[in-house]
Design a protein around this ligand. Structure first.
Ligand SMILES: [Cu+2]
Length: 273
């Protein structure tokens, strides 16, 4: 059956152990494939798959397999990959025998010493190790309304089930406001005030930010003119206050949470009189 039962990530490649002896063609490097990518660790929901070579770019890096060697009494396959490096995901597709394909997803935090137990071993110069992307979340952008003259306090709380406890707020046109979003919920939320009638447009733009490596540092607030003011993304148990003026024109101004996926249910309206 040639089921992979063990793996070792070495400085010069990958050593796979199988349950059964490998087929005759397993020593052809071109039958096997490997690529790698990283995830960004942060408080954000999910992560794009990020290239190691270009850490801010979404994408996978193909790993060159320069040699495939059958060792270990025919049950081990060494894939020589001189430029392998620690990665959140190393995706390997191998053909241990004609018509048999095995797929592995590995995480390599460190590399073991070079594997030398085969004829023709040669040390290969290692390119310098690349920076691991997303070692910490990108610094958040400063909120444009995070400081300023206080106004009438408006307090909005989140509620279970992706809701704002307050679905309607009222303000006088141009009124000075201190808007606090308190988040007793278990996931992050923000409060984003929009131009009338723009909920779908802004919401769809917010959903796309899940694939933006900078989405979290932008608090998932799309850069579109329909966004009027916003709080930061507020972590569970925290609150955040912004200091701003109510719109000068009377009307119904929607507010939403732009955490991707929330806006369709998490919304309310600021009535400006
Ligand atoms: Cu939310």
């Amino acid at each position: 059956m040639q089921v992979p039962v063990a793996f070792e990530v070495r400085e010069n490649g990958l050593l796979l152990t199988f349950s059964d002896k490998l087929g005759a063609g397993a020593a052809e490097a071109s039958r096997h494939f490997a690529q790698c990518w990283n995830y960004r660790y942060s408080a954000a929901y999910g992560s794009p798959e990020l290239s190691l070579r270009q850490p801010e770019q979404a994408g996978h890096d193909v790993l060159d397999i320069t040699r495939a060697v059958v060792v270990g009494e025919g049950r081990q396959l060494f894939l020589e990959m001189p430029q392998i490096q620690p990665a959140g995901q190393i995706h390997v597709v191998v053909q241990p025998q004609d018509g048999v394909e095995r797929e592995l997803f590995l995480t390599a935090h460190v590399l073991g010493g070079p594997f030398r137990d085969f004829a023709g071993y040669q040390a290969v110069a290692k390119q310098p190790r690349l920076a691991v992307p997303g070692a910490g979340p990108a610094a958040a952008q400063a909120n444009p309304w995070g400081q300023g003259k206080p106004g009438r306090a408006l307090r909005v709380q989140t509620a279970a089930g992706l809701q704002f406890a307050e679905r309607e707020l009222r303000a006088k046109r141009g009124e000075r406001l201190s808007v606090t979003l308190a988040n007793p919920d278990v996931v992050p939320h923000n409060w984003v005030l929009l131009a009338p009638g723009s909920t779908s447009k802004v919401g769809e733009a917010a959903n796309k930010m899940i694939a933006d490596p900078r989405g979290f540092s932008k608090h998932y607030v799309p850069e579109v003119p329909e966004v009027l003011v916003y709080t930061d993304m507020v972590d569970p148990g925290r609150e955040f206050t912004i200091y701003c003026n109510a719109p000068a024109e009377p009307g119904n101004y929607p507010y939403i949470c732009t955490f991707p996926g929330h806006w369709m249910v998490m919304k309310g309206v600021l009535v400006v009189e």
